[in-house]
Write a protein that binds this ligand. Structure first.
Ligand code: CMC
Length: 428
């Protein structure tokens, strides 16, 4: 691969360096494009061809269906690591030693107290509010309770901010659910692991003990790992973009939560189950919905199918599909919706519309089915995604600040009116 790319505009040639990543991804570095060409820019809606940064956190190869965090295969991490280990790996770059992991966990636990006044903010929301809106607002509100901005030149300051949000976020997530469910808030249990404590804060009934369930805790741990990072997706790019203005960590995360909420992104996990339920209620006729998904005059899309980057099986979907089967059988749950999902998948994989466009099940296609089996209510599916993605957002924000990246500020090609004279209101 030559180290130079040549662009010809109006007969004039311009040369730009070609940069190659450690996994041989190739990019034309157009840093000097505008200055060299006196103002020519690139146009790439949806950034389908644009690398926004260099990053050492997550590698994915959409053609081969590969996903790795810091060089470790997702399959291996999902099997052998726990969520906090993966969080540490993503944020700090290496798997923690036993001591580092213990300290990390202790420090997070010490930061898990949420200011009592935050409850007043929670109280202000209607009970029917979607938990994602509440979660982003509460994350944003944390800024008011922690007003001094993080000094990113201090490793210690960075670390404190990171353990603070990792400590408080599960509490806020669980509280959004309890508010919606009309349950008194729960403060968790210091003696429990990170994920188990989260589940306890979600589900402990006021009048009884929380019953530990290994299958539920382990499955949830695995799901969180699978969601923990996915390089420059919509919400992560949002976190980096907001953070690039030197807005603080909590403000950047709150923006990321809102980006994740959309049904084309993290909100798809809720949309998938709603779609499968609708198909079930409509008699389970998957063919009818396949036809709708292919009809360009029908806005219906097969939720949980397709991905901007994966043009082969989403490796996370493979793991989750297997886990869905295991969890349902371990818990002795049967779910008709799983059969509809499998039927839809089979039909789609044999249908030329989906095959030609390389549309495969994504992470969200089966995750909702497991969440349901684990007792997570549907409106909490996307908050679960946010809880899982939190370490990835933090890692990406930290990397962006440590690399001293410039403020994100794309260009545009203006296609509006050219200069025209102001028309008085009487003549419009
Ligand atoms: N059902 C039917 N047709 C689809 C679907 C779908 N789910 N996804 C893409 N297509 C078609 C699309 O209509 C287009 O067809 P044509 O070329 O004839 O115009 C072609 O496939 C390419 O689609 P696109 O919208 O240009 O692709 P994209 O990269 O912009 O969008 C996507 C990716 C994930 C937004 C899209 O596939 C989609 O809307 N999927 C359903 C929502 C979903 O499951 N989102 C979760 C993504 S994974 C979790 C996460 O990380 O966010």
């Amino acid at each position: 691969m030559s180290g130079i790319a040549t662009i010809e505009i109006d007969g004039k040639k311009y040369e730009f360096p070609v940069t190659v990543g450690t996994e041989n991804e190739v990019a034309i570095d157009i840093n000097t494009l505008r200055s060299a060409t006196q103002g020519v820019t690139t146009l790439d809606p949806g950034y389908k061809n644009t690398g926004s940064c260099e990053s050492a956190i997550t590698f994915l190869d959409g053609e081969k269906g590969i996903l790795r965090y810091r060089g470790y295969a997702i399959e291996e991490l999902a099997e052998k690591a726990d969520f906090l280990e993966v969080a540490y790996l993503l944020i700090f770059g290496e798997l923690p030693t036993r001591e580092q992991l213990q300290k990390f966990h202790n420090d997070i636990r010490d930061q898990s107290i949420v200011a009592e006044d935050m409850k007043k903010i929670l109280d202000g929301f209607p009970q029917s509010a979607h938990p994602m809106g509440v979660l982003s607002s509460l994350t944003s509100a944390l800024i008011a309770f922690n007003p001094s901005s993080v000094n990113v030149d201090s490793e210690e300051d960075m670390y404190k901010a990171i353990v603070k949000i990792l400590g408080k976020f599960p509490v806020l997530t669980a509280w959004t659910y309890r508010k919606r469910a009309g349950l008194p808030l729960d403060y968790g249990d210091d003696t429990m692991g990170y994920v188990e404590n989260f589940l306890k804060m979600m589900f402990k009934k006021p009048q009884g003990e929380y019953k530990r369930n290994e299958i539920v805790t382990n499955s949830m741990d695995k799901l969180l790992i699978l969601h923990a990072d996915h390089e420059q997706n919509c919400s992560t790019s949002t976190v980096r973009m907001v953070g690039s203005s030197h807005a603080g960590l909590f403000a950047s995360l709150s923006a990321g939560i809102n980006a994740l909420w959309g049904p084309l992104h993290g909100g798809a996990n809720q949309a998938v189950i709603e779609m499968l339920e609708a198909i079930k209620a409509d008699g389970g006729d998957t063919k009818k919905y396949m036809a709708k998904a292919k009809d360009k005059d029908d806005p219906f899309r097969l939720m949980g199918f397709g991905h901007r980057v994966y043009k082969n099986f989403d490796p996370r979907a493979k793991i989750i599909k297997k886990a869905a089967d295991e969890v349902l059988s371990d818990l002795g749950v049967s779910d008709e919706v799983l059969d509809i999902a499998k039927g839809l998948e089979k039909e789609a994989l044999e249908d030329s519309y989906f095959v030609d466009r390389k549309l495969y099940p994504n992470v969200d296609f089966y995750s909702g089915i497991i969440y349901r089996a684990l007792g997570i209510p549907i409106e909490m599916f996307t908050p679960m995604f946010a809880l899982g993605r939190l370490p990835g957002w933090i890692a990406q924000w930290r990397e962006m600040r440590l690399r001293k990246e410039p403020i994100g500020r794309p260009r545009q090609i203006y296609i509006g009116e050219t200069l025209r004279a102001f028309k008085d209101i009487d003549y419009r």
